[in-house]
Design a protein. Structure first.
Length: 152
């Protein structure tokens, strides 16, 4: 008599448990927040002149604010992610050193791109993140697990 035909013999432990672990992992990842909705510690430098800003950033990353006559660099996160005005993001090459002062806050990419100035008005780059108007690919049961069913 084989193991399958003998109901008194216990089934090897682990087969059902592995299925439950995989199912739980799949469900949890489908419910994770979109990266553009996750807040990060970000910083933005204020500069006395365009030249000072350009020492730290590319020319198109500097923005003039008429109030106070100051220039601003782009937002960048404590992990080194730079959020450009056109919606692209890149890794920080070196830490800016020429700002008069820096302002720290906690914000999501969505909040950054809804703020005033060039972040809100600059057209989106073709490779822009979804917070700026790039392609949106959100998870959830309607996309990633569209064919999955719990039965019933």
């Amino acid at each position: 008599m084989s193991d399958r035909e003998n109901p008194s013999k216990p089934r090897p432990y682990g087969q059902g448990a592995l299925s439950l672990v995989l199912l739980g992992t799949a469900l949890a990842s489908g419910c994770a927040p979109h990266p553009d909705d996750v807040a990060a510690d970000v910083r933005r430098g204020q500069y006395a002149s365009r030249e000072e800003c350009r020492r730290d950033w590319a020319d198109d990353d500097c923005e003039y604010h008429g109030s106070g006559g100051r220039w601003w660099g782009p937002y960048y996160s404590s992990s080194g992610r730079v959020y450009h005005y056109d919606g692209r993001s890149s890794q920080l090459a070196r830490h800016p050193a020429n700002a008069l002062r820096t302002f720290d806050q906690r914000a999501t990419p969505n909040e950054i791109y809804r703020s005033a100035g060039r972040y809100a008005s600059a057209p989106a780059h073709p490779n822009a993140i979804s917070a700026k108007g790039g392609s949106v690919s959100r998870g959830g049961f309607g996309t990633r697990f569209g064919g999955f069913s719990l039965g019933g």
